[in-house]
Design a protein around this ligand. Structure first.
Ligand code: BYC
Length: 336
């Protein structure tokens, strides 16, 4: 599972040959595209773009969409067990927002000429990735607050710069997504703060345990270190990524340390300390073997998450068929 990139990212046979016989017209288009990128202009769906730029965007945006949809599962697991009506309403709204984010992102990827069916099939067949973070289990109610605080916190750090991504439909989708994500982060932090300030000793211990389990997977969300990130250099050149994986990881850690102090929890890293010279926190070694194992399909919940998506797709077939039948009927009525 997930050991390959999406088909749409596959290197087309004869790519190199095609490059060699690029026409003068193509070269002119590419020069104009590069000039737009260098000037910081946005690229729209109708504009000419190099095939590799298109494929990189389809890969990233569709994986991002899959992450939102799969990301609904660990939290959905707690909707029926929320401790109060208020917390249940908040969690329901958050999970619903994530469904919406998935839809904006699938729509943004569709503008690049790939169909929703192709993307869903890549997810269900295990060819497409989704964020490593959603392959961990949600064991207690404190996991809901911790996902909001750390996972959505990491997501915002990564996603705010994508609001300035060179591909305009993706950038536009991200503006709304980031506004909603910032509420997701705040509701998580507030839920944890309530438990830490008014909770019992057992509830406080539950928060600390959740933070201990989610810290390292959240730090890994930013992707492999820069020197092991095959896509970063080109994506940064094209203005798809504005900061490197390591830069964003550092920003996230620096922002989170103070929030942890206010919350009254410790972060499970004995090497975490302020470095005056770097004006940033030093942190301990990340277990990259765990990251590669999880994105390779062998995390604690990979199989369960994928099966849940496939089952939902199959169980929902009758809804899609009924919606199509209704749309056809409406069309026929209008035509008549
Ligand atoms: N998990 O060259 P690299 C959310 C893959 S949703 C899995 O650095 P890139 C939320 C990477 O795809 C959060 N795979 O890649 C939702 C590549 O493999 P392929 C999702 C990962 O693309 C619900 C390989 O490793 N956010 O926040 O330059 C509830 C090498 O990596 C991961 C987004 O999708 C990972 N963590 O950079 C709550 C944001 N990291 O594709 C919250 C948009 C790396 O070559 N995406 N890989 O086979 C991005 O910003 C970038 O795609 C990444 C990776 C920073 C994730």
């Amino acid at each position: 599972m997930y050991t390959q990139a999406m088909d749409t990212m596959g290197k087309d046979a004869g790519d190199d040959k095609k490059k060699a016989v690029r026409s003068a017209e193509e070269m002119r288009l590419e020069e104009r595209f590069d000039a737009h990128i260098d000037a910081g202009d946005f690229i729209e769906a109708k504009d000419w773009m190099p095939e590799h730029y298109r494929k990189t965007l389809v890969r990233q945006i569709s994986q991002h969409a899959h992450s939102e949809i799969v990301g609904m599962l660990p939290e959905g697991n707690w909707i029926g067990r929320a401790p109060t009506l208020k917390r249940k309403a908040i969690l329901l709204a958050k999970v619903q927002d994530e469904g919406g984010h998935g839809l904006y992102l699938y729509a943004a990827a569709e503008t690049l000429g790939t169909s929703r069916d192709q993307m869903v099939d890549a997810l269900h067949s295990g060819r497409a990735k989704y964020s490593s973070i959603f392959n961990y289990p949600t064991l207690t109610w404190a996991d809901m607050g911790t996902i909001g605080w750390l996972v959505d916190g990491a997501a915002i750090m990564n996603q705010v710069p994508i609001c300035r991504c060179s591909y305009a439909p993706y950038a536009r989708a991200m503006i709304r997504i980031c506004r909603e994500e910032s509420f997701h982060q705040r509701q998580g932090y507030e839920a944890l703060l309530t438990m830490m300030t008014h909770g019992t000793e057992a509830q406080k211990a539950m928060v600390q345990d959740a933070v201990n389990r989610w810290w390292w997977p959240s730090v890994m969300m930013f992707g492999p270190p820069d020197d092991q990130s095959p896509n970063s250099a080109q994506s940064m050149r094209w203005g798809i990524k504005r900061f490197s994986n390591d830069e964003l990881r550092q920003k996230f850690i620096d922002a989170t340390v103070e929030q942890a102090r206010i919350l009254g929890v410790t972060l499970p890293d004995p090497d975490l300390k302020w470095n005056e010279e770097r004006q940033a926190h030093d942190f301990g070694a990340i277990d990259w073997s765990e990251f590669w194992r999880v994105i390779g399909g062998d995390g604690p919940c990979n199989r369960e998450r994928l099966q849940a998506r496939v089952d939902a797709w199959e169980d929902g077939a009758w809804v899609r068929e009924a919606a199509m039948a209704h749309a056809n009927k409406q069309q026929m009525k209008e035509a008549a």
